[in-house]
Design a protein around this ligand. Structure first.
Ligand SMILES: C[S@@+](CC[C@H](N)C(=O)[O-])C[C@H]1O[C@@H](n2cnc3c(N)ncnc32)[C@H](O)[C@@H]1O
Length: 368
């Protein structure tokens, strides 16, 4: 049996998520802003959660139907065979979103959805009251252009929480976004990689996992592992595949940062991920940074300047950075920042991609 799955991602990462899905063997993809719908066997639920580096969550799509009023919404939700998935004591949290739809009140849509589920379960189980003290099933009702999509969140904790990052400095990148920047840069594991503003080391830890082909979800759990309607063997199979896919590539990864505290965090995080032997971290101000390796790639997330006293000091910092890497004219530089006038300081990028870091509009400026 095939399932319809939805992988969500940060706006701007759809193209890399698409490549990742194709790499996993899923080809029939429907790409929309921030999400990709695809079909997979049951095993695909485990593989998508375990292997995708840029997806935020994996949803099981249960139904899609027109819903211009509450009756249509109620009937559509009630048509789903909830009893085949949710046990009699299952906990059903209903979340919702509405965009360009007549049904614009999200709380009302959530309560109609919940009522329809309970009514269907009452009919199926012959029970009036549900204790809701068992396993959790997060339901999401999405309304877009008067079309309702009903999903179950199979991931639980968002996928950017890989489990290795216990310490962060200010403004850390989400792990999924850091992986996205690396995949967008087309870095290859045989090329040395430097992050001279490495903070808690997210870009380099993600690069080590990409370089060694380590599945990002290997050290965590996913909510749907507990669901009885899914065959437990899918998780075992996906984990075995993940172990088989790992390689022993030699990597050259270097991180530095002015702040000794975040360098300590970066070291601890890389130890947690068991990747510390592959990354060299050191405390260093960018003004002391000597760029001697002409063949290295730079992927970095510059400070945005909110915390610096004035605009001229952040511009000064960016100029120092430009000066310190001027000898690296042969390999890629990929710089992620929200600075509005970045190119005035750094020069025109070969490629500029808009991406959001949380709510902050940023760009990845690529110089090939
Ligand atoms: C946006 S944060 C990087 C966050 C990192 N990507 C992460 O995920 O943790 C920018 C970093 O630049 C560092 N920084 C600021 N001024 C610096 C300088 N003059 N030289 C080197 N690093 C500096 C800050 O300490 C901070 O950790």
């Amino acid at each position: 049996m095939k399932y319809n799955l939805i992988a969500t991602c940060t706006f701007g990462l759809e193209s890399v998520l698409k490549k990742e899905l194709i790499g996993l063997g899923y080809n029939d993809l429907q790409v929309q802003d921030g999400r990709i719908t695809f079909q997979a066997e049951e095993l695909g639920i485990a593989r998508a959660n375990l292997f995708l580096r840029t997806a935020d969550r994996i949803y099981l799509k249960l139904s899609e139907f027109k819903a211009e009023d509450f009756d249509e919404l109620y009937e559509g939700v009630k048509n789903i065979d909830w009893q085949d998935m949710v046990p009699v004591d299952g906990v059903m949290h209903v979340n919702g979103r509405s965009k360009k739809s007549k049904l614009s009140s999200v709380p009302a849509c959530q309560s109609i959805t919940k009522k329809a589920i309970i009514d269907k379960m009452t009919k199926s189980y012959g029970v009036e009251k549900f204790t809701e003290d068992g396993k959790v099933f997060p339901v999401e009702i999405i309304l877009e252009n008067d079309i309702a999509i009903v999903t179950l969140d199979t991931s639980g904790t968002a996928l950017y929480k890989r489990g290795y990052r216990l310490h962060t400095g200010e403004a850390p990148l989400k792990e999924t976004l850091a992986a996205g920047l690396i995949l967008l840069s087309n870095w290859r594991p045989n090329i040395p990689l430097i992050d001279p503003f490495c903070g808690s080391g997210t870009i380099l830890v993600e690069a080590a996992m990409i370089g060694r082909n380590i599945a990002p979800g290997l050290n965590r759990h996913f909510l749907s592992m507990k669901w009885d309607f899914l065959n437990r063997s899918i998780w075992k199979k996906a984990v075995e595949e993940a172990f088989d896919k790992r390689n022993t590539n030699k990597l050259e990864l270097f991180g530095s940062d002015i702040d000794p505290k975040v360098i300590k965090y970066a070291q601890l995080n890389s130890e947690n991920a068991d990747l510390n032997t592959m990354i060299e971290f050191k405390q260093q101000d960018i003004t002391d940074f000597k760029f001697t390796n002409k063949k290295a790639y730079i992927i970095t997330n510059l400070p945005y300047g909110e915390r610096l006293r004035n605009k001229s000091s952040i511009d000064e910092l960016y100029r120092s950075f430009k000066n310190s890497i001027k000898y690296n004219d042969q390999f890629g530089k990929h710089i992620f920042t929200s600075h509005e006038h970045f190119q005035e300081i750094f020069g025109r990028a070969n490629k500029k991609r808009k991406l959001y870091n949380g709510n902050i509009k940023c760009h990845l400026y690529s110089y090939y």
